[in-house]
Design a protein around this ligand. Structure first.
Ligand SMILES: C[S@@+](CC[C@H](N)C(=O)[O-])C[C@H]1O[C@@H](n2cnc3c(N)ncnc32)[C@H](O)[C@@H]1O
Length: 201
């Protein structure tokens, strides 16, 4: 990965946006969540935002690299996020330990996508929710997005369609898969996928 481009990309204001997190948080009630996992910390702004918005929760944020992370620049909540360097297909976390797993603008560039969703399902508590915000593979911008990513960021990038995500989550045993889009921006390129680990009967 060309590290210079990655560092430049990380400085863009859009890389600090927490709007995708806010829309997700408005769809699910995490006010009683004790532990929340983010896969793909990037600069850490998303994890810091989660720690402010969910002050009762311990946020854990995993990334394969700490290259972009600037902990000293982050405004965190009362419990600062715990940043862990690890790869998404092999999370060093206990089974059934998380109330929610966030993947914001990250799933498209991960290796072993089915294994990543299985890992997310493994670490979720029964009743816990997977929240995946990313580029909709059906949108016309998905192909140019993939070209740019392949050229400068990652050869792995794939913009998943809702149907592909539905299949990946179902195979991992998650239920209640559904897609949400911002009201008034239904034709935008961002989509939010939600799926739940079956609660105990
Ligand atoms: C575009 S950033 C998204 C950061 C943040 N979620 C946000 O929305 O601002 C994607 C992140 O995924 C991380 N990543 C890439 N491959 C990974 C892997 N195998 N395991 C964990 N994280 C990975 C990258 O290092 C990068 O920080």
């Amino acid at each position: 990965m060309p590290s210079l481009f990655k560092r430049f990309f990380a400085r863009l204001p859009m890389a600090r946006s927490t709007r995708a997190y806010d829309f997700a948080l408005a769809q699910v009630d995490l006010s009683r969540a004790a532990r929340v996992l983010e896969i793909g910390a990037g600069q850490g702004f998303g994890a810091a935002h989660l720690s402010r918005t969910l002050p009762q929760a311990q946020v854990v944020s995993v990334d394969i690299t700490t290259e972009c992370l600037k902990p000293e620049r982050l405004e965190t909540g009362p419990r600062p996020p715990l940043f862990i360097q690890a790869t998404a297909p092999a999370l060093p976390l206990a089974a059934a330990s998380m109330d929610a797993v966030f993947l914001v603008m990250t799933f498209h560039c991960l290796p072993q996508p089915q294994q990543v969703i299985r890992e997310a399902a493994r670490v979720l508590k029964p009743g816990g929710v997977l929240i995946l915000a990313d580029v909709d593979g059906h949108h016309w911008m998905a192909r140019p997005f993939e070209w740019v990513e392949h050229a400068f960021i990652s050869p792995l990038t794939h913009a998943y369609t809702p149907e592909e995500l539905a299949e990946l989550t179902a195979r991992a045993g998650l239920v209640d898969f559904h897609i949400q889009r911002r009201p008034g921006k239904e034709k935008g390129f961002m989509m939010w996928a939600f799926a739940t680990k079956k609660p105990p009967r």
